[in-house]
Design a protein around this ligand. Structure first.
Ligand code: PLP
Length: 270
């Protein structure tokens, strides 16, 4: 006989989170980094791949998007069985994937969506096809709890030139106008002290952290995955963001030397 447990019968259920993102063989970014972060919070991680990259410490050498059918099937088969408590998107690669995610969010009534709008890898390789920005803006943003652009990404979405805190605040207002509930713009690309600007249409909250020297792979992924895990744990949004800042700072401080040949890029200790 089929053993189907109802929620009532289960022991205390574990919190779960889903990442829909790209595959990075170094494990420093993308799906594997997200899963490590989820695990570090004792949140069970589900994942669906949108694309596969070939990369090392020199950066992304090759990227291919998976067919939309494959993305769709991964999500449908997973979600007809499991309902994650929160989810995040990373590299989405193209418009059909954005549309598929929009559909599954509505079909399975998914909550606590965190969008990490990854568009370009550090070495300049494009990780999103033409039209993806518009599709994220029109379809995903209205479904999201928060979006976490860095400054180059915020500039692409808002068409503003962002040079200082006031510009960041203006960009944050634009994101709210696009229909997202909240935004946190990461200030690491500014020359002054890095300040992250949170805005939910009512209040601005500024998060500061000391600038650390060096290049680190996967900081954006770790940040958004930590927010997602904390939302799965039912933490309020600004607390989730504060937790995520601490996670990234600790991961930078403990960053690993993996004895790689090519560059001084460091891999986060997650
Ligand atoms: N996701 C994947 C699969 C990547 O390859 C990259 C960058 O190379 C990123 C995300 C973005 O990484 P970061 O967190 O450093 O912005």
């Amino acid at each position: 006989m089929l053993d189907v447990k109802t929620h009532g019968e289960m022991a205390k259920a574990q919190k779960t989170a889903l990442t829909i993102a790209g595959f990075d063989p170094t494990g420093g970014a993308g799906i594997q980094a997200d899963l490590k972060v989820f695990h570090s919070y004792n949140v069970y991680g589900f994942s669906a791949a949108t694309s596969i990259t070939a990369q090392n410490s020199q950066g992304v050498k090759h990227v291919e998007g998976l067919s939309n059918k494959l993305v769709q099937r991964q999500l449908d088969v997973l979600l007809e069985d499991f309902t994650p408590d929160a989810l995040k998107t990373g590299v989405l690669f193209g418009v059909p994937t954005v549309y598929t995610i929009y559909e599954v969010i509505s079909t399975y009534k998914l909550k606590n969506l965190v969008i990490d709008p990854v568009l370009i890898a550090s070495a300049g390789v494009e990780l999103a096809a033409a039209g993806t920005v518009k599709a994220i803006k029109e379809m995903l943003m209205p479904c999201a709890a928060v979006i976490t652009p860095n400054i180059p990404e915020a500039q692409i979405f808002t068409a503003l030139s962002i040079k200082n805190l006031e510009d960041m605040k203006e960009a944050a207002r634009r994101f709210i106008d696009f229909g997202v509930k909240a935004v946190v713009i990461k200030g690491g690309h500014l020359e002054s002290t890095p300040i992250d600007v949170f805005y939910d249409g009512k209040d601005f909250v500024l998060f500061t952290s000391p600038r650390t020297q060096g290049e680190y792979h996967g900081t954006g992924c770790v940040f958004s995955a930590a927010i997602t895990a904390n939302l799965a744990l039912e933490k309020p949004l600004t607390e989730a963001i504060g937790q995520a800042k601490t996670k990234v700072t600790n991961a930078i401080e403990g960053a690993n030397n993996l004895r790689h040949k090519y560059t001084g890029m460091k891999f986060l200790a997650i």
